[in-house]
Ligand binder design. Structure first.
Ligand code: NAD
Ligand code: UDX
Length: 462
């Protein structure tokens, strides 16, 4: 039975997943390691607001297990050496250079981990791919691990993570399924069983699915592609709704009642964000192309094209509605995170909308309950559209929505934070310039109530 686990990568996946394993398995020592010392210090902070990842319920889980059987550390070699099972949970971003630039997953961090494990390991280990990886990565990891010449035996498992941010703890406590892929050899099956036994501490056996490694790796990319495709599909219909008098919320409800379609993931929006959907689909497209499957590649690429279009047309509509100019106009952004209940801003639609509007010389005023100014500027600067100084002049961050909206020409709702629904909208209206516009990129607010107050309200898809 496994008694000692190490996880390389203390990010949005490594942190919460390991915290939950540690909480549910007090008999297993779990050490989460990262090269980023600041991140590790934050995980070790006594102040729950300092944790590097905001997720409802996470602070309590960390508090219960940390120091008991959950440890956060920068001593990577030591943790690898001690562990019987090593999860690799490092980032696998889209490549920004060389062959596959802008499409393929950059696997340099994965390879570094494999080489470090190969160098340090003195006893047999089970290596678990927790990161999302292109299909067949396990064979590259295996190559690196088996050519060390020090006689240590490795088993490679694929165990992709399906948690969504904002609901990570609930998703980890009660996953729809846990997927574990491994070799069909007896040693492979033994390794699979060792990981099954860990999850079986809280996940019902019938929800633990075992497959071969390649099916497991590819299922993760497939799941994200299907999910993102649903959002792009409903967003495509939202534009048609706007032209025809149909209401996308009504259409979504009508089709969602068909049990073959189902009601989830049909919320029209300003466009999907997050660190996974775009990256994983681009990766899928790249893989398909590399096998010469151009129709497959084009099919999935359309999901991204539609999403980019949805973001761009939201910004364009703001400009058009504000009499074709936003130059010098204050536009308040409610929300910067890519969805509610997370402090994560990666690929958030807000970044792209802000970028487009700043190019038109708008003055953006942001309020997000969990995102700080430093992050907002970092996100904008990463686009490299203009200098950091110009970005700084184009955007201001506020500690509350009322100040952000004061004297604004328009409000754009970009994240569906619950608190936005309960604001004193009359007060906000009174302090805005007139006509007071609201562009609700999340179809979150009450149209009738806002129109009664006097707002000019526009939603997505109606
Ligand atoms: P992240 O960027 O939040 O965390 C990755 C961490 O790995 C960073 O803290 C980084 O410093 C660390 N790291 C990188 N190389 C390292 C090395 N050689 N040694 C030690 N630490 C190293 O990323 P994330 O969001 O947690 O995603 C991790 C993986 O999980 C990705 O492959 C992603 O696609 C996948 N995934 C993410 C989500 C999600 O919701 N974020 C969900 C499912 C799967
Ligand atoms: C996603 C997958 O859901 C998860 O299984 C995987 O492990 C990681 O990637 P995440 O990106 O954290 O999770 O959040 P998700 O809830 O999937 O939302 C992604 C984006 O799509 C968000 O910007 C969200 O606002 C948007 N979205 C989602 C919609 O616009 N409409 C919807 O109906 C659903």
């Amino acid at each position: 039975m496994i008694k000692n686990i190490c996880c390389i990568g203390a990010g949005y996946v490594g942190g919460p997943t390991m915290a939950v394993i540690a909480q549910k398995c007090p008999h297993i020592k779990v050490t989460v390691v990262d090269l980023n010392e600041e991140r590790i210090n934050s995980w070790n902070s006594e102040d729950e607001n300092e944790l590097p990842v905001y997720e409802p319920g996470l602070a309590a889980v960390v508090k219960e297990a940390r120091g008991r059987n959950l440890f956060f550390s920068t001593a990577v070699d030591q943790a690898i050496d001690d562990a019987e099972m090593i999860f690799i949970s490092v980032n696998t971003p889209t490549k920004t250079y060389g062959v596959g630039k802008g499409m393929a997953a950059d696997l340099k961090y994965i390879e570094l981990c494999a080489r470090q494990i190969a160098r340090v390991a003195k006893s047999d280990k089970i290596v678990v791919e927790k990161s999302t990886l292109p299909v067949r990565t396990a064979s590259a990891i295996k190559d690196i691990l088996t050519n060390t010449g020090n006689g240590v035996q490795f088993q490679i498992l694929s165990n992709p993570e399906f948690l969504a941010e904002g609901t990570a703890v609930a998703d980890l406590f009660q996953p729809d399924r846990v997927l574990i892929g491994g070799d069909t050899t007896p040693e492979g099956q033994k390794a699979i069983q060792a990981l099954v036994d860990i999850y079986a501490n809280w996940v019902p056996q019938d929800k633990i699915l075992t497959t071969n490694v390649w099916s497991s790796e590819l299922s993760k990319l497939t799941a994200n592609a299907f999910l993102a495709q649903r959002v792009s599909s409903i967003n495509a219909m939202s534009e048609l709704c706007e032209q025809t008098g149909a209401d996308v919320n009504e259409v979504a409800k009508a089709i969602g009642l068909d049990s073959r379609i189902g009601p989830k993931f049909l919320k029209a929006s300003v466009g999907f964000g997050g660190s996974c959907f775009q990256k994983d689909i681009l990766n899928l497209v790249y893989i398909a192309k590399s096998y010469g499957l151009h129709e497959v590649a084009d099919y999935w690429e359309q999901v991204i094209i539609m999403n980019d279009h949805q973001k761009r047309r939201f910004a364009k509509n703001i400009i058009k509605t504000l009499y074709n100019t936003v130059s010098g106009k204050k536009i308040a952004f409610l929300g910067w995170a890519f969805k509610k209940d997370t402090n994560d801003t990666r690929e958030s639609a807000a970044i792209y909308i802000a970028n487009d509007l700043i190019s038109e010389q708008a003055s953006i005023a942001v309020f997000d309950p969990k995102v700080e100014e430093k992050q907002i500027l970092k996100d904008l600067n990463a686009l490299e559209t203009r200098s950091a100084e110009t970005n700084q002049k184009g955007i201001q961050t506020f500690q509350n929505s009322y100040d952000a909206c004061e004297k604004a020409h328009a409000i754009a709702v970009l994240t569906e934070w619950d608190e936005f629904k309960t604001y004193d909208w009359q007060k906000i209206y009174d302090n805005m310039l007139k006509p007071a516009f609201i562009f609700d990129g999340r179809n979150l607010l009450d149209k009738n109530k806002l129109e009664e107050i006097g707002f000019v309200y526009q939603a997505i898809g109606s």
